[in-house]
Design a protein around this ligand. Sequence first.
Ligand code: PMP
Length: 396
Amino acid sequence: MFEPIERVPGDAILGLIEAFKSDSNPNKVDLGVGVYRDDNGITPVMRAVKAAEKQLIESEKTKAYIGSHGDPDYGSHVLRTVLGEDSRLLADNRVSATQSPGGTGALRLAADFIASQLPGKSIWLSDPTWPNHLGVFAAAGLNLEKYPYVDADNRLDFDGMLGALKKIPEGDVVLLHACCHNPTGFDLSQDQWQQVLEVVKARALLPLLDFAYQGFGDGMDEDAYGVRLLAENLDEAIITQSCSKNFGIYRERTGCFIAIAKNSEEMEDVRSQLAITARENYSNPPAHGSAIVATIFNSPELKQMWREELDQMRARINGLRSDFVKALAPHGLDERFAHVAEQRGMFSYTGLKPEHVEKLRDKHGIYMVKSGRANVAGLSSTNLEYVCNAIADVVK
Ligand code: PMP
């Protein structure tokens, strides 16, 4: 029966990792992968996470199932972090948290929830978006549509985006990147979020806010601006959250599906459906990552330690962005790449064309995605100049 099954090409980004590994160039630089790197090129375990794990080894009393909604303590911390400590949604009991296997698990819950409970609704994705959005939503059987996000020069096209949102059929679902847009790095200003809110209201759209990078852009509260604006001013919204990046616990699969409903009755209805969706997918979420996060939030000392480490990671990325543009100045390229310093998060649409990307790889051993998307965190004090010289070489 397996004989007719065809082999499909692997994930393009994973293929890049393989190609990078087998490159013998001693100066090679990996700007392709989607994880944070420190100045030594390492994706570290945060000190607060290690300390929490040590405590957990001693204190954990059982490995029994944690239930389809996961750990309520974790859920409550996530809600307060995402919505703000004094959000009136919490006081009004209009919001529900379902712990999920990473942000991807939350997206799959959202996809299945929309497919089963909101039949006939299409989901609108930014063009471009994180490629796995397409896979996850298509796998749940949803109809995918797209709205423009960048122009022909690969710069943010907000007018194009807003114009397209205004034409979305009433009641459809629109996915918005809460901050640190992947893959482009272009985020919306507060004023632009306000305009998006007006259109979402006018078209009665259901926003799905994908929040995978809180704390990686401008700060924990700053990055939540758009999420909180929409959550506070609409009757209904979905938020998919991830702790992979801001706790550096990628492989622990720790995320959350958040539903906001008009009132607590409807919230409980939605919540009851989510338990079934989770159960039919994977039954219960994994518990180690959520236990780490809850342990950190429950300890003022660990929380402080985690916040400082996260602040350092954000400062490193934003510092690299401006250092990158500065290092291109001697080549007369600082204006051409000035947008890189404005973007936020790990990823950047550099504006490099596929032929530049190919030359960078073949001639200089520098790896990034064909679209010109680079992971800024792959830069370091040791390779920054090398990368900038190479860019100058290939674009001239
Ligand atoms: N959304 C976006 C936009 C992402 O970039 C990612 C991770 N690359 C995720 C969601 C999912 O993250 P995870 O499943 O690793 O928590």
